[in-house]
Ligand binder design. Structure first.
Ligand code: MRU
Length: 357
């Protein structure tokens, strides 16, 4: 974790296995899972032992590497079949974060291209590619941090939603990476941490990370954000994304839309930091982004003084993400630079620039 702990997810050559911090246990305990099958990686993604779009992408990459490394088949053709099955299982874990599909497609392309060279080459190529995805993620986040830090001034108070830090990526983080960079640059920053109901990624994970980095912060309830914005106490909003549509609409953790509305009403800029792998140019607008609806128990399982909050038998709805229309977003911060409105044009320009390099 860039000097603080270790990477959120890594490859263990001795297993072979995938090692990841169990985010279900944080902040109570820092424990690691060692997973030896792609099925257990899929379960870890679904149950959110690992979460955050870039980390989910890296996990899917390592999951496929594991499927290849652990396969007992001697035929490249059979391995290809096994990989397509594994890809299907991993694809079905969480529907909104497009990094999952991006990483799986990238891995399958490598598998297809290396098939002619035989099974051992294929296996190694998949392990190497998963490692490359992970290494690139860290470097990309550093670039996002450097581009975005110019939006933060000395003395700023920032509202941050969900967790976009080292834990949501392989290391360093996207929106939280920007905040970390500004802090490393010596700027005095205060972060108001949205607790982020119902899974409390803000109160549990972001607060834990900020503690490690020594960045001053206070946890607020999600519905307090408007209060602080209206009082003029907030300089900017920083969020990540699970998927950005071609027009700049963003799917991010539930509550981002309401936060962006309140920010716009108070002329406070909304910055979304995300790698290009989170931009889905095949999806024209936010309406077409699939939104994961999770188990109602995540909303209902809260207690006060050991007693359940809601009446027994209460029903609940639990969308995990919402869509923030691009008109509410001030800028997208990517590894290719700052993208400004009109986003359809700046996004398309960023990809053409990437393709040329
Ligand atoms: O449900 P989660 O915890 O996976 O949701 C995570 C988010 O919404 C993050 O803001 C997003 O993935 C960006 S992480 C760099």
């Amino acid at each position: 974790m860039c000097g603080v702990i270790v990477r959120t997810i890594s490859w263990d050559t001795h297993g072979p296995a995938v090692r990841m911090i169990d985010q279900q246990r944080l902040p109570t305990a820092v424990e690691f899972l060692t997973l030896e099958t792609y099925e257990s990686v899929a379960t870890a993604i679904r149950e959110m032992s690992i979460r955050g779009a870039p980390a989910i992408g890296a996990a899917a990459g390592f999951g496929l590497a594991l499927a290849a490394a652990r396969s007992s088949t001697g035929s490249a053709q059979d391995l290809w079949q096994e990989l397509t099955t594994a890809a299907e299982v991993l694809r079905g874990t969480r529907p909104t974060a497009v990094n999952l599909l991006w990483a799986i497609n990238r891995m399958l392309k490598v598998a297809e291209a290396s098939m002619v060279s035989g099974i051992e080459t294929m296996r190694q190529a998949l392990v190497d590619e998963a490692q490359r995805i992970a290494d690139e993620d860290v470097e990309i986040n550093r670039r996002i941090g450097a581009y975005g830090a110019s939006f933060i001034k000395n003395g700023d108070t920032i509202i941050h939603h969900c967790n976009t830090g080292a834990l949501a990526t392989v290391d360093f983080g996207t929106a939280l990476g920007v905040i970390r960079t500004a802090h490393e640059d010596g700027k005095r920053i205060h972060v108001l941490v949205d607790e982020t109901r119902p899974r409390l990624q803000g109160a549990r994970l972001t607060a834990w990370e900020l503690d490690q980095y020594g960045i001053p912060h206070e946890i607020i309830t999600d519905n307090a954000a408007g209060y602080f914005l209206q009082r003029g106490e907030v300089a900017s909003i920083f969020v990540g994304a699970d998927r950005v549509a071609a027009n700049g609409d963003i799917a991010n953790k539930i509550g981002t839309y309401m936060l962006a509305l309140a920010a716009n009403d108070n002329d406070v800029p909304v910055y979304c930091a995300a790698p290009l792998s989170t931009i889905d140019r095949k999806t024209a607008s936010g309406e077409a982004i699939p939104i994961e609806e999770r188990d109602p128990s995540e909303v209902l399982d809260i207690q006060r003084g050991g007693m359940p909050i809601s009446p027994q038998g209460s029903k609940a709805r639990n969308p995990a993400f919402d869509i923030t229309p691009h008109r509410l977003v001030t800028a997208l911060i990517t590894e290719a630079g700052i993208l400004e409105p009109p986003f359809d044009q700046s996004i398309s320009h960023a990809f053409h620039h990437e393709d040329e390099e």
